[in-house]
Design a protein around this ligand. Structure first.
Ligand code: HEC
Length: 146
């Protein structure tokens, strides 16, 4: 068998020094998985400096992600996935549609309306966030409904 050395075989030998091309199918799958993983995270990235990417940054820095997931999983607060545009019921029986104003209100006055099924623990971000931060956060939350 002729072993042709190319770029990938060097990487391969570096990663699996003992198996000289014995597990061909295994490492084909391995590389496919890496390629798939890279393309997936790539497509989720926002362009640098866009409102969405700044919003994501604030979402992490302000610890929103401690209480709100973005993948639908349950945390202390409602997940932000598919939340924009949704109708939600409050503990006082009123119903609101999540839009720009509602998100703004939730951030500046979180205890005004409490989402049914949750406890009123969200802190007010009024003293911390700037006008630009609200716009960026809203832009980011909007992207989560796709
Ligand atoms: C300590 C936990 C906690 C943190 C931190 C937190 N939240 Fe909340 N948030 C909640 C809970 C609980 C609710 C639901 C109860 C309510 O309405 O107050 C909520 C409600 C909301 C709502 C409105 C309702 C809805 O149905 O989706 C939005 C929007 C929101 N949070 C966004 C944010 C953003 C953005 C941040 C970060 C700047 C943040 N939250 C930080 C706990 C938190």
């Amino acid at each position: 068998m002729i072993i042709k050395f190319n770029f990938y075989s060097y990487i391969h030998l570096y990663l699996f020094p003992l198996d000289l091309l014995q597990y061909r199918s295994f490492y084909i799958i391995f590389y496919l998985l890496i390629a798939y993983g890279c393309s997936k995270t790539e497509s989720k990235k926002f362009s640098i400096g866009s409102p969405e990417s700044k919003g994501l940054d604030i979402f992490n820095r302000m610890a929103c992600n401690a209480c709100h997931s973005i993948d639908g999983s349950l945390k202390l607060g409602p997940s932000m996935k598919n939340q924009y545009g949704k109708e939600i019921r409050h503990t006082d029986g009123s119903i609101a549609i999540i839009d720009d104003n509602y998100i703004r209100e939730s951030l500046t006055d979180p205890l005004k309306h409490i989402v049914e099924g949750y406890t009123p623990i969200m802190p007010s971000y009024k003293p911390i966030l700037k006008e630009e931060d609200f716009i960026n956060l809203i832009a980011f939350i909007k992207t989560l409904d796709k």
